[in-house]
Design a protein around this ligand. Structure first.
Ligand code: ZN
Length: 238
């Protein structure tokens, strides 16, 4: 391969890497944000379950106290039954007993439901706690890697820039000018492989004469349509 072309391909890789570094300044902080968000999401879920469980346990205690005080009341009413003197007193007491029994039964129903929910919450808490520690461990590792990458962008960038100067200064000025013009104008790939005897970027068909010239590789040739620099590669170009 033409040595200028080799240098151009090298330059293209360097420019791609520099572009990636530029883009990484944007997306690395975004990625970090997502990882942190995932941790706090898992923590929020765990917190919600933890506080619901605490409240449920308090409610359970209160219900148990309520039930036992109502049971004491019921016993008191049942003892009063022994010393009833009038029908009126009897009716009133039966009414009170019924109402306290009803109240005990509804508290007990709530208590049973609550006990089920507590068991469920306790299971969830174990599950969510594991999830938090798993996500924390995983994401913190990744965060460290991303943090290091961000911290190194400057150094990596200046290394690439030095290398770029080195490579580009070895390319003849007129050729470099073509490269820079297309790079700034079109962006993306400047040096493209010929594909099926057409420009690999814009797919404009090449004349047989141009194909022959590109194949020879004596000089740098550009696409009439998009201006990109073309090269031949037996695998793709035929
Ligand atoms: Zn083209």
């Amino acid at each position: 391969m033409n040595s200028d072309l080799e240098l151009l391909l090298k330059l293209q890789v360097i420019d791609y890497d520099i572009g990636e570094l530029e883009r990484s300044k944007e997306y690395l902080p975004d990625m970090m944000g997502n990882l942190k968000h995932e941790i706090s999401d898992a923590q929020t879920k765990l917190d919600a379950v933890t506080s619901e469980l605490e409240e449920a346990k308090i409610r359970q205690k209160n219900l148990e106290l309520e039930v036992s005080s109502k049971e004491a009341e019921l016993q008191k009413f049942q003892q009063q039954m022994m010393s009833i003197k009038t029908n009126k007193e009897y009716d009133a007491l039966v009414g009170q007993i019924d109402s306290v029994k009803e109240s005990i039964s509804s508290s007990e129903t709530e208590l049973l439901e609550l006990i089920d929910r507590i068991a469920e919450l306790e299971k969830l808490m174990v599950e969510y706690r594991e999830k938090v520690s798993h996500v924390e461990e995983n994401n913190n590792k990744q965060l460290q890697i991303l943090q290091d990458k961000i911290a190194n962008i400057g150094n990596t960038m200046s290394g690439k820039m030095t290398y770029r100067t080195e490579v580009s200064s070895a390319i003849p000025k007129p050729i470099l000018t073509i490269y820079e013009r297309v790079r700034k104008g079109k962006g993306g790939t400047v040096v493209v492989v010929v594909k099926r005897r057409a420009c690999g970027a814009c797919y404009k068909a090449l004349t047989p004469k141009k194909v022959q010239e590109i194949k020879k590789g004596d000089r740098i040739l550009t696409c009439d349509n998009c201006g990109r620099i073309m090269f031949w590669n037996n695998e793709d170009s035929n």
